[in-house]
Design a protein around this ligand. Sequence first.
Ligand code: GRF
Length: 195
Amino acid sequence: MIKIGVMASGGGSNFKAIIDHIGEGDLEAQCKFLITNNGTCGAVEHAMSYGIPVYHISGKTHPDVHQYERALCAVLDERPVDLLILAGYMKALPDVLVERMENRILNIHPSLLPKFGGKGFWGIHVHEAVLAAGEKESGPTVHLVSKEIDSGRILTQRKVPVLPGDTPEVLQARVLEQEHDLYWRTIRDYAAEVL
Ligand code: GRF
């Protein structure tokens, strides 16, 4: 049984998809916690409805950076996990956490990395940039988290077509649908490889 912890800041549809696949028996895992930097986001609502403990840790709750880092590490001390899953977590992780969980932190990004990754490429901006560049295909990437944003080892990718008339929102929805199927499978396969 894989023990995972999830970090999310937004709507939480990837988080929900993972929890649902655990519930359906596709992924043999337990989710030990949700860490969020946004106490009112959709991911928190999902966590509460599934009875998953929520930790709200942000620059507001912990203004001192060392206190903030200690709070994150304290969650891992209290609820140890095999893998930390970033599911729309909009804040760079402190180095101390990346070092502590080296090769054990996964992230999903909504483009075919290394294209359209790094600073400024988040949310709808990724899909706007893909369309502006005239790409013929896009799709999600699951990768390991390293200290440089969006540049850890790529684990899986899935391609979707970019279609004539696509708006950023339409493309985003097409990519997101694939994220929901790709992420839990990647967690399952990566865990089988390294745990
Ligand atoms: C997804 O597009 C993911 O690739 C990116 O953030 C978004 C999160 O969406 N990292 P949701 O909160 O899981 O719906």
